[in-house]
Design a protein around this ligand. Structure first.
Ligand SMILES: NC(=O)c1ccc[n+]([C@@H]2O[C@H](COP(=O)([O-])OP(=O)(O)OC[C@H]3O[C@@H](n4cnc5c(N)ncnc54)[C@H](O)[C@@H]3O)[C@@H](O)[C@H]2O)c1
Ligand SMILES: N[C@@H](CCO)C(=O)O
Ligand code: NA
Length: 449
């Protein structure tokens, strides 16, 4: 038997992912030693409560409530507690103590990434975070390493399993959002408080991480434009289906030029968008994730699989652990993040795309011409008026509208040619103020064409 040197591994947190990391690390101990050339010894697991039974894969004798003592004696620290405090302080302590750090904490990386990466570089350590985006799917390493010699142009990502599950239910079964969310909660996909999922905060954190990696720059979370899926109606999903699209919550990272100055920058944004049903992302069903990358030389690539789940995400953590341990065996400093490009992150107003605008309008002569004029007055070219559904005289009309003498309404879905967000939002404001428009029901961007 080979007498391997040992590396001391500290695990912080034994929840869904942490307990699976402990289980796999102990189960695969011999194979990991062969792959790394050192034995990975789990020296302790920091938890808040020593009494909770976490199953046979998490030995009680390894549990401790003294996270700091555990960190200071370790070669590699795995943070799987989540949240900002004390995860941030523990990671800083680990780096200062000379340990490499592995984390799946997208909330922390999206808000405090530069501080952590700077310290890692100063002390010659490395921070690994494959689990932070797309769970088990390898996407951090492909962007950081495999595509580092190419120029990534655009990323379209389905990076939140809960919202994809909900939109898929709505698309397949005609569910409304509330009943699809109830099903997602029952199946355990949604967080206890699903706000971060359905309002797009989780996807926005992942977009900030992906955009920083793809464009070798720093993308603050505050610069990521975000809309969740609460405004998506069953009617929108149905109309999209009939028109050959599917609605997906997308995290979009794109290299764009400023339409006014022509200077280069990037856009990072999250919103529900229409994608053509023959696009590879349209086939991503249920709670799965996929990241579609377009690079100058590589062309289109898609990374697909389980974006969440304890055991699945633990696979990504163990991959990082093997990388970190191999580096320890070889020696030498960690590789710094490549964030020197210093590209500006542009405001959403500078982004151009196509739109489908659904309007409830007064059902009377001349209305279509008035609406077409509002679009053209704002420089937005109409491609097609794809649908006109006369509604029953009283449907969708409130008391104020009845008083104003509106007899009935019709639903118009207006498809536009490419326009900037700035032009489109001015158009929508003018439509909302027009007496011909009863309500702007939804505005959905078209992506992936
Ligand atoms: N679950 C997933 O599918 C998934 C996927 C990708 C990334 N992640 C990320 O992985 C991390 C862990 O996620 P999870 O699903 O395992 O969460 P979880 O809530 O199941 O587990 C977190 C555990 O950490 C413990 N903890 C919190 N603060 C602590 C402290 N101060 N000291 C000791 N223990 C503490 C909690 O008691 C809990 O047991 C999070 O950052 C999450 O965003 C999770
Ligand atoms: N709540 C997240 C977990 C994985 O980050 C999701 O639904 O994708
Ligand atoms: Na991943």
């Amino acid at each position: 038997m080979i007498d391997y040197r040992t590396l001391r591994i500290a695990l912080l947190g034994a929840g869904s992912v942490g307990s699976q990391v402990a289980t796999l690390l102990l189960e695969h101990s011999d194979e990991l030693a062969q792959r790394v050339g050192a034995r990975l010894v789990l020296s302790g697991i920091a938890v808040r409560d020593l009494e909770t039974d976490r199953g046979p894969g998490v030995p009680r004798e390894l549990l401790t409530t003294d996270a700091e003592e555990l960190i200071v004696g370790s070669d590699i620290v795995i943070e799987l507690m989540g949240g900002i405090t004390p995860a941030r302080e523990y990671i800083l302590l680990a780096l200062r103590s000379g340990a490499d750090v592995i984390t799946g904490n997208k909330a922390l990386l999206a808000t405090h990434g530069p501080e952590l990466f700077d310290l890692a570089q100063q002390v010659g350590a490395q921070l690994y975070y494959e689990a932070a985006v797309g769970g088990a799917i390898p996407i951090i390493r492909p962007l950081r390493d495999s595509l580092a010699g190419d120029r990534v142009q655009r990323i379209l990502g389905i990076v939140n399993g809960t919202t994809n599950y909900i939109l898929d239910r709505m698309d397949r079964g005609g569910d409304d959002l509330e009943s699809a969310l109830a099903a997602a909660t029952e199946l355990g996909y949604a967080e206890a408080d699903p706000t971060g999922d359905i309002e797009g905060y989780d996807a926005a954190q992942k977009a900030a991480i992906l955009a920083g990696l793809a464009f070798h720059t720093t993308v603050p979370i505050a610069s990521v434009y975000r809309e969740g899926i609460t405004g998506v109606r069953a009617e929108d999903v149905e109309a999209a289906r009939k028109a050959g699209y599917v609605v997906k919550l997308l995290a979009i990272c794109e290299r764009i030029t400023d339409p006014e100055t022509g200077s280069e920058g990037v856009s990072a944004r999250v919103y529900p968008a229409l994608i053509p049903r023959d696009h590879p992302l349209a086939a991503v069903r249920g709670a799965n994730n996929a990241v579609f990358v377009e690079a100058e030389a590589a062309g289109s690539l898609m990374f697909y699989g389980a974006g969440a789940g304890g055991r699945e995400t633990a696979s990504a953590v163990l991959g990082d652990l093997v990388s970190a341990a191999r580096r320890h065996v070889i020696g030498g400093p960690g590789v710094a993040e490549s964030t020197q490009a210093d590209l500006p992150v542009f405001d959403i107003g500078k982004v151009s795309t196509r739109y489908r605008v659904s309007l409830s309008v007064a059902d009377r002569p001349g209305v279509l011409a008035q609406i077409a004029r509002i679009f053209s007055d704002h420089g937005v070219s109409v491609e097609a008026v794809e649908q006109s559904v006369p509604n029953a005289p009283s449907a969708g009309i409130d008391a104020a509208e009845r008083r104003s003498g509106v007899e009935g309404t019709a639903t118009l879905v207006i498809g536009t040619h490419t326009a900037t967000e700035a032009a489109l939002s001015a158009t929508v404001a003018a439509l909302a103020g027009s007496e011909s428009v009863v309500a702007v029901q939804s505005v959905l961007r078209v992506e992936g064409e």
